[in-house]
Write a protein that binds this ligand. Structure first.
Ligand code: GLN
Length: 492
């Protein structure tokens, strides 16, 4: 079979169950594609072929014995921020080049328990700081829709791998948009769950009060299958919620678009820098939802101007604290011939961290230092609360809130935006993390250059089922999610 990569997750599962192909055949098919096509896309940092075949054979044996579950034997790619026992975990950084974790992240363990086959680890911005994946020590990943464009970031490797059909689905993480924005740039569906829904154990920390893992795939249905694997309480993560998990697949038809009140924040559609074509595609998708019975309600989100400054204070502050552990002593990169301990710290960190990471450590350390703590960090926390209240108020009158996921389509590689230009591109995604809310990106069309545009739907706390369901209804009525980049059409 030459077109296994065109199947949806459900179709793969059914094919495996019916014995149309084995997990080994499927795994081999994907590994062949990676060997041929990923030379152009560069989404994988590490390909784990040997282990993948062992897992695939184990999956086939389970199935033979009648012990397979629905997803047993399906391949997956993990963002290189999730620790994998015995396999390198780099977080896109030189400082962790050759770091091999002694344990698996909970998300990885859950994947293994569900019988998923790990194809490898995919690229990302260094420590998930960025919006292009260019800050990776391992080089820039390419957007499958246009190889001279970025796939977005930080989960750019996850997005590019799925968009080029080099994995049926992938894990991502989202601290300020890193699932939704690359999903938008690569024409995929990606869900950022409510803070606390997916365990952060073994996920290398960027900004702990904002970080959240989630699924990236072609459709809401495919995301729902992966969400069923990833979600749930974990005793090893004190911020994970002890709350029953929905069956996201069973609920795909649980929400009707008919009568759904979709909030349209006035402020969002007047943002300077919102590309006219992005705006047009998003408005067309809202029109479609309206035709399907949704009610569009104009709302106010008055704190919009505060999103970027608030996030770019809190996230670097937490990062500066989280990244202290990378000091060249116990693991990770160590400089050559240190003269004393201070020299070892300084040079290991200066040589091991890239420019953007160093910038954020400096900003964050400054904001947390005595004398500035109240003026910056405490102030930002207060504004964060106001941003959250703004959303809660909005959810008194609407069910979901619509926005673009990003003000533009994918940038050119090497566009060399200044840090502030880059940060402003996160305007639509940051507030969701500051408030801890769930949000989803759905592909809704293309610009003139044939680059994908994404619609973001933001939900109230724990409304992942609703978001997936609304996007699923939309995807039953449209086919943007099934469009494929030319490179994905290539056979290995
Ligand atoms: N682009 C944002 C940043 O650079 C968000 C990144 C993320 O969600 N990990 O911080």
């Amino acid at each position: 079979m030459t077109d296994l990569h065109r199947l949806s997750v459900r179709e793969i599962a059914e094919g495996l169950a019916q014995g149309k192909f084995s997990s080994r055949e499927l795994t081999e098919h994907y590994l062949k594609r990676i060997a041929k096509i990923d030379a152009h896309v560069q989404s994988y940092v590490t390909v784990t072929a040997e282990q993948a075949f062992v897992q695939a054979d184990a999956a086939d044996a389970l199935r033979k014995a009648g012990n397979a579950t629905f997803l047993t034997g399906i391949p997956i790619a993990h963002k290189d921020i999730f620790c994998t026992q015995g396999i390198k975990t780099t977080a896109g950084s030189k400082i962790l080049d050759n770091f091999i974790s002694p344990y698996d992240a909970t998300v990885v363990t859950k994947g293994k328990d569900a019988g998923l086959v790990t194809l490898g680890k995919v690229n990302m911005d260094e420590f998930a700081m960025g919006s292009t994946s260019e800050s990776s020590y391992f080089g820039a990943t390419k957007n499958p829709w246009a190889l001279d464009h970025v796939p977005g970031g930080s989960s750019g490797g996850s997005a590019a791998a799925v968009a080029a059909d080099l994995a049926p689905f992938a894990t991502g993480t989202d601290t300020g948009g890193s699932i939704r924005q690359p999903a938008s740039f690569c024409g995929l569906t990606g869900l950022k769950p409510t803070y606390g829904r997916v365990s952060r154990f073994g996920m290398i920390a960027y900004a702990s009060s904002l970080d959240q893992g989630g699924p990236m795939a072609r459709s809401a249905e495919d995301c729902a299958y992966l969400m069923n694997v990833m979600a749930g309480h974990d005793a090893k993560d004190s911020t994970s919620m002890e709350k029953d998990v929905d069956d996201y697949v069973a609920n795909l038809n649980g929400t009707s678009v008919k009568g759904l009140r979709i909030g349209i924040p006035k402020q969002y559609f007047n943002v300077q820098g919102l590309d006219a074509e992005v705006k047009a595609r998003v408005e067309e998708s809202l029109k479609k939802l309206e035709e399907m019975g949704a009610v569009l309600v104009e709302i106010d989100l008055n704190m919009t101007d505060a999103y970027v400054p608030t996030y770019y204070l809190i996230a670097p502050a937490e990062a500066s604290s989280n990244l202290q552990r990378f000091d060249g002593v116990r693991y990770g990169y160590r400089c050559e011939n240190p003269v004393d301990l201070m020299d070892l710290y300084k040079r290991s960190r200066s040589e091991g961290f890239g420019k953007e990471v160093q910038r954020r450590i400096l900003i964050g350390t400054y904001a947390l230092s005595a004398g500035y703590y109240d003026a910056y960090y405490v102030k930002a926390q207060k504004v964060r609360r106001l941003i959250q209240q703004d959303f809660l108020k909005a959810f008194e009158s609407v069910d979901v809130i619509a926005a673009p996921s990003a003000p533009t389509t994918a940038y050119k590689i090497g566009a060399n935006l200044s840090p502030t230009e880059m940060y402003l591109g996160d305007i639509y995604t940051l507030a969701v993390n500051l408030a801890g809310l769930p949000a989803i990106n759905a592909p809704v069309g293309f610009d003139k250059e044939n680059l994908p545009v994404g619609l973001q739907l933001i939900g109230n706390y724990w409304s992942e089922s609703q978001l997936l369901s609304v996007v699923h209804q939309y995807q039953q009525a449209t086919d943007w999610h099934s469009k494929r980049a030319a490179i994905a059409e290539e056979n290995a």
